[in-house]
Design a protein around this ligand. Structure first.
Ligand code: LMR
Length: 341
């Protein structure tokens, strides 16, 4: 009996070994030595153009490299917040970030060119600047600080919100306080020119600052106003499109240069594709977010007229002159020329 049982077990084992001859290679199983992890940190919600694109990039890269490269996305400032992420990238603690262009202004004042009020007529003008002279000038400079620009991503034009009154004329800003993105002197000056008070603050603290009335208002894109519930604590919205907010996707230069060539190529081509997709998402989400916010009935919406736009532009014009040298006369002139074309 025992001999028979031993024989049966032996036959089963032999069958198993024979079956293993056809080894199934699980491509998801990459040895830890081979695996490359890219930490991608950002400060916005997952359902925003940047949040969605970062995740899509991670998913496509995983699929295309069969798990050899893992892009780990940390959204909503869960890993690093404003004021921390650029340094974390330079120190190699994360490998990718995508800050709003303004936030680089602490290191490079020239990046404030994108903050100039009413600088760009539409998103095509922004793209032209990003892919042309302005973009290449700005990106070249990053290398001295161990950073490399990989792509420009969109969000959209900024709108004004506040808790006190409708913002129709420049005089309506008088005495109010507004949160502005960190590091940009241009944005601060913009509000000072309107006789308002500008308060720099990180994005992750914005909802609290508005809800607790620490500041009266802020400027932001519709997708951020919607996804961060800012419209629930700000009763007035002015659709002013007075400035553009976009992102630069950055990597740590040493890390990037050290990647195997095939890996780098896959990452670059995937990013190119995701950038196109991201721009479409930004366009769609901007419209959708506006619709949701307007239909919520929680916020009074004012659409700026052409005459009002002219008044705001005149009030903000001195900002150009003040920052021309800091930003670089060549870039400031480029912007001015765009207006006269
Ligand atoms: C902000 O700080 O308001 C934005 O830059 C956040 C973001 O990244 O969209």
């Amino acid at each position: 009996m025992q001999i028979r049982l031993t024989l049966v077990l032996l036959i089963i084992s032999l069958l198993c070994i024979a079956g293993c001859g056809e080894r199934v290679v699980d491509l998801e199983q990459v040895s830890p030595e081979e695996k490359i992890v890219i930490k991608f940190s950002h400060v916005v919600a997952e359902n925003t153009p940047k949040g969605l694109a970062a995740q899509r990039f991670a998913d496509l890269v995983k699929e295309r490299t069969h798990g050899r490269i893992e892009v780990q996305v940390f959204h909503n400032s869960t890993l690093y917040k404003d004021g921390e992420e650029i340094q974390a990238l330079q120190n190699g603690l994360v490998q990718m970030i995508a800050p709003a262009t303004s936030k680089l202004s602490g290191l490079y004042p020239q990046w404030q060119v994108f903050d100039l009020p009413y600088a760009f007529e539409d998103v095509n003008a922004v793209h032209e600047a990003m892919s042309g002279y302005i973009g290449s000038q700005l990106c070249d400079g990053l290398k001295q600080n161990n950073m490399q620009a990989l792509a420009f991503w969109d969000n959209g034009f900024k709108q004004m919100t506040n808790s006190q009154r409708p913002l129709v004329n420049p005089a309506d800003f008088q005495g109010l306080s507004f949160r502005v993105m960190i590091n940009s002197q241009v944005l601060k000056k913009e509000f000072e020119r309107l006789n308002a008070h500008a308060v720099e603050g990180p994005f992750n603290d914005l909802y609290r600052a508005l809800d607790s009335h620490e500041v009266d208002g802020q400027e932001n894109t519709m997708s951020n106003i919607y996804s961060k519930n800012l419209y629930k604590v700000q009763p007035y919205l002015t659709l002013s499109n007075h400035g553009y907010m976009g992102y630069v996707v950055l990597t740590n230069q040493k890390f990037w240069a050290g990647l195997p060539v095939d890996v780098r190529k896959t990452l670059e081509s995937t990013l190119l594709e995701v950038t196109e997709w991201e721009r479409e998402q930004a366009f769609v989400l901007d419209k959708q977010s506006l619709e949701i916010v307007v239909n919520s009935g929680l916020i009074q919406v004012h659409q700026q007229t052409e005459t009002e736009k002219k008044q705001w532009s005149i009030a903000l014009k001195p900002v150009y002159l003040e920052f021309k040298n800091l930003i670089g006369t060549d870039m400031a002139d480029y912007i001015e020329e765009m207006h006269t074309q």
